[in-house]
Design a protein around this ligand. Structure first.
Ligand code: ATP
Ligand code: MN
Length: 465
């Protein structure tokens, strides 16, 4: 007999050739049956939909099915037939079944009943095998691809910025140190400080919190670049929106002002949502049905409406007049909390908001300073259910102003001398922003905890798997 190739289950459903022989492989989700026939539902990760295998009990013998339990992996060859029951269009009448691997029902943690997301986090090594996490991680993949496609189609270059960095300008204290020094026997200088000259790089280094500073160097040569890589923050914030290791997308563009930057951010986000609606339809529908009935409406609403643009000062006025009780007080100069951001988006405007021109005290040194001497050309994009999804700004292009700001902040600019220098060699207006990849995936999937949109989350006290 001619050897047939394995077909992915997604392709079985896409264009079923009834009457043909097909070869499928997958993990058993459920098995049930009676004296005459067993119905085995398998999934191979290519779609959220399970494929039903119909197996004659007499043909295989009752004992044959004993090792075929939830979690086992099987290989089936059989005839594709039109499905009688509701659900999928096609099922397989099994001719042969091979068991690749069993999964002892006594110890396999994923039984067919619905498990809580909290429980599934504890078995993150197996949760991709659930419908929910299969859907989330497929969407995650498609979004990563769409990000590269968007930038490539729009003339941006993928620019790789370093993971290990000697600059701690963005926020010492919230960084993870990278060292090969023996912590039980740390070399000291004469004055008793840690002697980093003995360390691997001949100086202190950390894991990056952002690729922006180096990204700007790329923009000032290639015109428009983006980074897409892991970033690390050791902030001890146990919230549903923060990870210690997360992925960030950071475009940087020469000759963009803050308005161009906002246009790009809005167009980019809408593109990604439209892409998800087109290419992740089944998975989004599954998540909508099981977790968040308003998910599809919310995604469609963001695509259909213009984002509201207003200044931080205007935003704070709205919040102050709202009469709303917030956990954190709101006043001009306060760093807005997620509850404030979400009030503006969900209650007041009922659409995404881009806030601009923040007080310089709550933003980074590199943001372009406004004439008023009080605010800077920062912009945060605020989304329903999430709050801040993007943070960005027009960058300060003026050397003297940049130097003066670092002095006001008592910053040591030695480790970023090269960043400062770019303002002396062919400086130009430029801008950029950072999109938190997991925050995007939260929005697209309707999941509510950031630990559930990355395969193996890193959070305080947890680096398992
Ligand atoms: P937040 O105020 O929410 O803590 P931030 O202002 O510190 O965020 P930025 O430095 O502006 O964040 O980073 C850019 C983007 O990266 C944010 O808009 C957000 O989408 C994402 N982000 C920041 N910190 C985290 C984190 N710890 N985990 C996941 N995503 C993050
Ligand atoms: Mn921010």
């Amino acid at each position: 007999m001619e050897k047939i190739r394995r077909t992915k289950i997604a392709d079985v459903f896409k264009a079923p050739k009834f009457g043909s022989t097909v070869d499928v492989k997958g993990w058993v989700r459920t098995i049930r049956g009676n004296k005459y026939v067993n119905f085995i539902h398998i999934n191979d990760g290519s779609t959220v939909h399970n494929l039903q295998i119909v197996a004659d009990v007499e043909k295989f013998g009752i004992d044959f099915f004993k090792p075929i339990t939830t979690g086992a992996c099987i290989h089936v060859v059989g005839t594709l037939v039109e499905s009688q029951g509701k659900g999928q269009n096609a099922e397989i009448q099994a001719d042969s079944i091979e068991v690749y691997g069993t999964a002892d029902p006594e110890t396999y943690p994923l039984q067919k009943k619905g498990h809580s997301l909290e429980f599934l986090r504890e078995i993150a090594y197996l949760r991709p095998r659930t419908n929910t996490f299969g859907a989330v991680f497929r969407i995650r993949h498609h979004m990563a691809y769409a990000i590269h496609k968007y930038f490539n189609d729009n003339g941006f270059y993928y620019f790789h910025t370093p993971i290990i960095t000697a600059s701690d300008a963005e926020g010492a204290g919230s960084m993870f140190q990278a060292t090969t020094l023996d912590l039980n026997n740390v070399p000291r200088t004469e004055t008793g400080e840690v002697d980093y000259s003995k360390d691997f790089f001949g100086g202190a280094t950390n894991l990056t919190v952002s690729g922006q500073l180096e990204g700007e160097l790329g923009a000032m040569a290639l015109g428009a670049i983006y980074t897409f890589g892991p970033t690390f923050r050791a902030e001890n914030s146990n919230t549903p929106r923060h990870l210690a290791e997360f992925w960030m997308i950071e475009p940087e563009m020469a000759f963009y002002d803050i308005h161009d930057n906002m246009d790009l951010a809005e167009d980019f986000l809408k593109y990604l949502i439209r892409y998800a609606l087109e290419y992740c339809k089944d998975d989004i529908e599954f998540l909508c049905e099981h977790f968040d009935k308003e998910l599809l409406d919310r995604l469609n609403a963001v695509v259909a409406n213009d984002f509201v643009r207003l200044t931080y000062t205007e935003g704070v006025e709205i919040l102050e007049k709202s009469g709303q009780k917030f956990e954190y007080p709101v006043y001009w100069g306060a760093d807005l909390q997620s509850e404030h951001e979400r009030y503006l988006v969900e209650n007041h405007f009922k659409r995404p908001v881009i806030l601009t021109d923040y007080p310089k005290e709550i933003k980074s040194f590199y943001m372009k300073q406004n004439e008023d001497g009080k605010t800077v050309r920062g912009m945060d994009v605020l989304f329903p259910k999430i709050g801040e999804i993007i943070g960005g700004s027009e960058r300060e292009a003026d050397y003297d102003k940049l130097v003066q700001r670092t002095k006001e902040l008592n910053m040591n600019t030695d480790p970023i001398w090269w960043y400062m220098e770019t303002r002396r060699f062919g400086t130009a207006p430029h801008a950029g922003f950072g999109l938190g990849f997991e925050r995007l995936i939260l929005f697209i999937t309707g999941m509510t905890n950031i630990r559930d949109v990355i395969p193996f989350p890193r959070t305080p006290n947890n680096a398992e798997f």
